[in-house]
Write a protein that binds this ligand. Structure first.
Ligand SMILES: Cc1ncc(COP(=O)(O)O)c(C=O)c1O
Length: 400
């Protein structure tokens, strides 16, 4: 396979770096919403910041100056950063619907009011798990819609959090449409991680929940500012929640933001190429299953269209390579799933292409920041790819 099949790269206009974080972006995520989300989420049972893991040995192997990974595997014991967004979205919805405070709801003092509320969503796995967990935590009901390509392992993990599962034919986007129709008929409330015209309040809450991770990361990195942030995208919510706070706080001193997608699910890349929201052109069949979205979230796009510096799509083969590299890193082995390792996969694909490195300024002096957005959320798939069970990888305490 030639280099052209491995990587596509689109650069945003460099002058964007001089733009200030304005009202269009603040209505999605702002310092105020970030503080509010952190105040609420940090009081949930089991909250602890996830580690920012320094991997100097891996950095040397890749030929860069530094590499740190925000490791989301143990986020609320749910396996991914999505725990922050889905559950925060559910809680905000329940507070809005019942008129009770989020604190009262979490403390179980509003059980009578929330018990009859049903929240629902479509998911590739991790978002559904977070919504189900949030609903169970608060004492509400949840119904989660899964498209036909979601693995049985992921279905079991969601059902284990107390949700009723509905399987639907087609792709992720079909399941999004279907859950919206059923919710309208039955009076359920859709807690989606993607927005559409006329439906923005809840997905904004979900992204504000994610931003807690970015705030932790900015504190943990201290004075050592990264040169590049590689962040994987499905609908773009994570990438926007990662890039937005850096942009808001650091302006033009923020790291060079690279949005990474699989070739087969390239909706954010296509939007960047066309300068406006554009559907993806791929088949949506990718090993990076949680990134398999065909349509960018307009709310996420509001931040990414000017806040991101580059958009890449990569061949699937880089994801297993990145997972294996993290699992076998001699100094600090880490367990990251197919979508979790996608940021590193983006780095590998870029490093294999000298002209791409040139264009984004990736060189021996670069200090990279990545997000391992999930652990082995489907252990069977993990074992098939890495050749070892997640519990046998020997992740050290610093990886917890
Ligand atoms: C593990 C993981 N990483 C990354 C993403 C991408 O997030 P987004 O769809 O907000 O772009 C997802 C989405 O579900 C995910 O589950």
């Amino acid at each position: 396979m030639g280099a052209a099949d491995d990587l596509r790269l689109h650069l945003n206009a460099p002058r964007n770096r001089g733009l200030t974080y304005g009202p269009a972006q603040s209505r999605v995520i702002s310092r105020e919403t970030r503080e509010q989300a952190r105040a609420v989420i940090s009081r949930w049972p089991g909250y602890a910041p996830t580690p920012l893991v320094d991997l100097p040995r891996l950095a040397r192997r890749l030929g860069v100056a530094g590499l740190r990974i925000k490791h989301e595997r143990h986020r609320f014991d749910l396996g991914s950063f999505k725990a922050l967004g889905g559950a925060y979205g559910v809680l905000r919805v329940l507070a809005r619907e019942t008129g009770r405070s989020m604190e009262d709801i979490i403390a179980g003092r509003s059980a009578d009011a929330v018990r009859d509320v049903t929240v629902c969503c479509a998911t590739d796995g991790n978002h559904g798990r977070a919504v189900a967990w949030g609903a169970t935590l608060a004492g509400a009901r949840s119904v989660i819609y899964l498209h036909e390509h979601v693995s049985p392992g992921r279905e079991e993990a969601i059902a284990a959090r107390g949700a009723r599962i509905v399987r639907v034919p087609g792709t992720y986007d079909d399941s999004v449409r279907m859950v919206a129709e059923d919710a309208r008929r039955r009076g359920w409330i859709v807690v989606s991680d993607t927005s559409w015209p006329g439906y923005e309040e809840i997905p904004a809450w979900v992204m504000q929940g994610y931003s807690v991770m970015t705030d932790e990361m900015m504190e943990q990195m201290g004075d050592r500012h990264p040169t590049h942030l590689f962040v994987q995208a499905g609908v773009g919510g994570l990438a926007a929640a990662a890039i937005g706070p850096f942009w808001e706080d650091l302006g033009s001193r923020r790291p060079f933001g690279v949005v990474v997608e699989p070739h087969a699910a390239d909706c954010v890349y296509q939007s960047a190429v066309h300068g406006a929201l554009t559907d993806g052109t791929g088949s949506l069949e990718t090993v990076m299953a949680c990134l398999a979205a065909g349509r960018t979230s307009p709310l996420a796009w509001e931040i990414l269209r000017e806040g991101a510096d580059a958009f890449i799509t990569i061949a699937d083969r880089f994801a297993p390579a990145a997972m294996t590299m993290l699992a076998r890193d001699a100094s600090m082995p880490l367990v990251a799933g197919e979508s979790g390792a996608a940021g590193l996969a983006g780095v590998l694909a870029t490093l294999a292409d000298a002209s791409a490195c040139d264009r984004i300024g990736l060189d021996a002096g670069s200090d990279l920041l990545l997000i391992a957005s999930e652990g082995a959320t489907d252990p069977a798939i993990y074992i098939r790819i890495v050749g070892a069970r997640p519990e046998d990888i020997g992740e050290a305490a610093a990886g917890r």
